[in-house]
Write a protein that binds this ligand. Sequence first.
Ligand code: NAD
Length: 496
Amino acid sequence: MTDFDSSLVPSGDILIGGEWRQGRGAPYRSVYPADQTINAEISTADAEDAREAIEAADAAWRDANWAGLKPHQRASVLYRVAELIGARHEALAQLQRRDNGKPIGETRALVASAANTFRYFAACLETLDEDLTPSRGDYLTMSVHEPLGVIGAITPWNSPIASDAQKLAPALAAGNAVVLKPAEVTPLVSLALARICEEAGVPKGVLSVLPGKGSVVGDALVRHPLVKKVSFTGGTSVGRGIARIAAEKLMPVSLELGGKSPTIVFDDADLDHAVNGVLYGIFSSSGEACIAGSRLFVQRSIYRAFMERLVEGARRLRVGDPSRVETQMGPLISAQHRESVERYVALGLQEGGRLLCGGERPAGDGRENGFFYQPTILDGLANSARICQEEIFGPVLVAMPFDDEASLVQHANDSVFGLAAGIWTRDYKRAWRVARALETGTVWINTYKLFSISTPFSGWKESGMGREKGRLGIREYMQQKSLYWGLNDAPLPWAN
Ligand code: NAD
């Protein structure tokens, strides 16, 4: 018995090279992380299916019906995708909730953001100018941009519909074909998105969606010579492996990887807003967010008072049934992932940390049937502790006091990651100084985890390479070509 529209996912088939059919991989049983009931049994792809999808994609993208369309014509298909996502907003939000257990309030926002992403890149496509570059002789020079060909898109499980849209919309807009490999554990919403793209008029073969194992399907995608770019969002170690293969192929890659983002609270901050922002920054999405603010630095003069309020706020968070709008934290994605989070908390305690709240599975209200974990805060550790350095990807915050700006910046930057950071202060000059000194791709000032499709997103250091979003996000899926137009009637001087 399911509480979502199972017709969104057609009879367990997957989309391979324009055909909905069973893949050759072992079937996958999709489970609702809140109570372990079964969502659907889905076919998965293997390496042979990946090869077929890639070859079909290579034949399809060059077609007059896709790369050959005028920008405004291809844009109209993407506008239609946005409209169809909008029309099925609630059904998709419920499907996404079942797929990865996020609270319905969050999945509704993710679905809306996916529609906006398609609309935004459709608008980019039809308003993007080519460049007439300054002439330096009797010739004209111009720059045009061509599609790359077949794009391999590989996405994680934490926000599938938004991650998929962030890759599909610009890659398709640019006139490419895409073979999408969603995370093994969250195939449902990606398949529903594929049906919408088909219905909107994306031609057969231009999009394939291949659920399956990363080490099989993802690997086949990265290695295939016809795949001209891989856009990957996921963990740093998998990203590093993909970059190695890409180096051999001399293939461009875009890597959106892990994080261990610092949130900083100065003593002049609006403390109500800061408490709320810090809790939201780490505990929304159950901490399963690359940009989770998982390291907290609080100025020593307010440390004790601030931490008391924070702990009180964390204890009040509503952890439970993701189908209820008032729920703030749903379950973690799987039993295995919860065990990994628990191991990190145990490690923090072994390293000398002090548990301020959480550190256990919640009981009651049926939560013992799902993979729930309490919002957890520790302190008493130095920034060099393993749980301050490694990504936990769960609802675990480590707090540390700081004395002055210089040592704060040093500790905040003392991480292999460089994805995001948050600063809470009323002093705008200090906010400017610290924001410029932080080695991260995004800094939020007196806010956290706000996202806009028109603002570029990227990781520094081991948090990634390449950019997503923003007007130029579409250029990441194009290659530039220079044209010289001779205007001189005389032969080239050399010919004489
Ligand atoms: P993951 O790296 O395990 O998997 C990501 C994707 O890669 C999945 O589809 C997986 O099947 C595939 N994959 C695994 N092995 C592969 C291989 N050898 N070759 C090709 N593909 C392979 O990550 P995850 O557990 O799904 O997601 C969590 C991670 O994603 C966290 O580290 C998080 O920080 C990161 N993330 C980053 C961003 C960002 O924008 N920077 C956003 C969301 C998540």
